[in-house]
Design a binder for this molecule. Structure first.
Ligand code: TEU
Ligand code: CA
Length: 563
């Protein structure tokens, strides 16, 4: 039990290698760059590093399109560099989990090259090939096998002249979906995973892993709100055989191994009921999942139609996940990653109260029950980037959307630019700001994407030397999780569900109680949780220098304890 649950007191740090640290001046972050920052990570106190993909890739989707699962892309380094990274982490008592991207490969993967070559290729069935819609001429718009849209705009099908059929790609047309119905595909993936674990890797973050089981009839999906395409989600989100596959993977890859491994399944659209099944240790599937409910609350139907977050929605959502996984299963906790905007810009105030609100958001998240994930730069309170034009963007998702919106739908470029600003993925992909100097010390060359000009004010070097920095606040939070069983294990109760300004909850563990309060506004708040005695309790962490009872100043965070 104890070893199985080691991750309850652990904190994970995500490295998006392209934007972390560049060692050789080519403008792209790399593995030697990460090795150079291991003492920084150790000092921060994190237990695990999740490394976004460093495998061989044409980089159509920054490495989430893999052409060789068992080699490192030269832009990031070599297998020898990765060995050194693993050794360097292990020496410091940290673990490494790799990104596992097996819903799809690159179209340049040899498996796909073989599959596409002919209809009777032994690997034909490794991907989803279908003929044109009956009665339609293959290759013309509208002849696709079904009406699904891709997550990266356009149809989810690409016509291939070689054999006159289409292949399915839920993401880019350079990311064909693997057919998990085929047992050879599953065996090949498990063998690759075992190869990595044998090399010393400590687990995996599994990319869109709840998409791998699809209803093989691939029916049309509903077309919503004047959209161009149908939504196929019902046919692939937590599809018919998903639990079977994840259990089989566990049997084939993890079950025979001792050692403290970690698996986290990225699962867009997963429900709390399904997550309880996915993460129930008795079922042996995955340790935890990334759910998406709380990062969809500021979407008005789509991420390109942002709306203001209502705090009551956030509390209702996260509170339901806390309750739903209280008895069995386990939560992961995150505000950001390489697909989400910077949280201080999104849910806090990245202007006058940047530091205060960044700490408040961190404190609220980390004191929930679950395993917290920190996305690189979040620990510095890094902000969204004001991209001046579409030419400054790099992400395929936002570039494809811009083209579709301005060219196919004839929307005004300025309107589209304004709409994409708050939630586009490039916000999180500007390089980590290490020092105040040129390009934030990320590279000596030309960065692949612009460094945020606020590196002069927001950088790791300066914050390391300031006791009250956002960085040092994250250190304290991590230390609390390590040191206090109530943080790692305690029960969770949400308070004030109807309050639009204050986030409030308690944790309880063996007769001790923790009260956690966060002010999501710049206005002072009087807090009444019906127990005035709390006002005199000891403060274990806050984002103002002095304690102040239960009343909250602008963006104040406070955590009080009593036994
Ligand atoms: O993302 C999966 C996913 O569904 C979203 O978070 C994604 O960002 C989508 O564009 C939402 O609009 C994972 C990876 O994290 C992401 O970087 C990859 O692009 C994607 O899978 C494909 O591998
Ligand atoms: Ca480099």
């Amino acid at each position: 039990q104890a070893r199985r649950d080691w991750f309850r007191s652990a904190v994970v740090y995500q490295v998006y290698p392209r934007s972390f640290a560049d060692s050789n001046g080519d403008g792209i972050g790399d593995i030697p760059g990460i090795i150079g920052k291991l003492d920084y990570l150790k000092r921060l106190g994190v237990d695990v590093v999740w490394l976004s993909p460093v495998y061989r890739s044409p980089h159509d989707d920054n490495g989430y399109d893999i052409s060789d699962y068992q080699d490192i892309d030269p832009v990031f380094g070599s297998l020898a560099d990765l060995n050194e990274l693993i050794a360097g982490l292990h020496q410091r008592g940290m673990k490494l989990i790799m990104d596992l991207v097996v819903n799809h490969t690159s179209d340049e993967h040899p498996w796909f090259a073989e599959s596409r070559a002919s209809k009777d290729s032994p690997k034909r069935d490794w991907y989803w090939w279908r003929p044109a819609r009956p009665g339609c001429q293959p290759g013309v718009p509208g002849a696709e096998p079904n009406n699904w849209g891709s997550f990266f705009s356009g149809p989810a099908w690409q016509y291939d002249e070689a054999t006159g059929e289409y292949f399915l790609h839920l993401f880019s047309k350079k990311q064909p979906d693997l057919n998990w119905e085929n047992a050879e595909v599953r065996a090949a993936v498990y063998s690759m995973m075992n190869w990595w674990l044998d090399r010393g890797v400590d687990g995996f973050r599994m990319d869109v892993i709840n998409f791998i089981s699809k209803d093989p009839s691939l029916p049309d999906g509903p077309v919503r709100g004047g959209g161009l395409y149908g939504d196929g989600a019902a046919s692939f989100i937590s599809g018919p055989r998903i639990h079977e596959y994840l259990h089989e993977m566990h049997e084939q890859v993890f079950s025979g191994r001792d050692g403290a491994l970690l698996t986290v399944g990225e699962m867009p659209g997963v429900t709390v009921e399904d997550a309880a099944l996915f993460t129930d240790p008795e079922r042996a599937e995955v340790d935890m999942v990334f759910q998406f409910e709380h990062v969809g609350l500021d979407h008005d139907g789509s991420k390109w139609k942002p709306k203001r977050l209502r705090l009551t929605d956030l509390k209702a959502s996260l509170g339901r996940w806390q309750d739903g996984l209280a008895e069995r299963g386990w939560n992961s906790l995150y505000w950001g990653n390489h697909d989400q905007p910077r949280v201080v810009s999104r849910f806090g105030d990245d202007g006058a109260y940047r530091e205060t609100s960044a700490k408040m958001l961190a404190g609220i998240l980390h004191l929930h029950r679950g395993t917290p994930y920190i996305y690189q730069g979040e620990e510095l309170g890094m902000t969204n980037m004001a991209f001046a034009s579409i030419a400054e963007h790099r992400d395929i998702e936002v570039l494809n959307h811009y083209r579709e919106a301005t060219e196919t739908l004839n929307e005004a470029p300025a309107v589209v630019l304004a709409a994409i600003a708050p939630l586009n993925r490039d916000n999180a992909r500007t390089p980590v700001q290490w020092v105040a100097g040129p390009d934030g010390g990320f590279t000596t060359g030309t960065p692949w994407i612009a460094v945020n000009p606020n590196a002069a004010e927001i950088n790791a070097e300066e914050q390391a030397g300031q006791d009250d920095s956002v960085l040092n606040f994250y250190r304290r939070l991590i230390a609390l999780r390590h040191g206090m069983p109530i943080v790692a294990q305690g029960d969770f109760t949400m308070l004030l569900p109807d309050d639009e300004s204050v986030y409030a909850f308690t944790r309880t563990y063996e007769g001790t109680e923790l009260l956690v309060l966060g002010n999501f506004t710049p206005r002072e708040q009087t807090v009444d949780i019906g127990d005035p005695l709390w006002a005199g309790a000891e403060r274990i962490l806050g984002n103002y220098p002095d304690a102040h009872g239960l009343d909250l100043r602008a963006w104040e965070f406070t955590a009080l304890i009593r036994s």
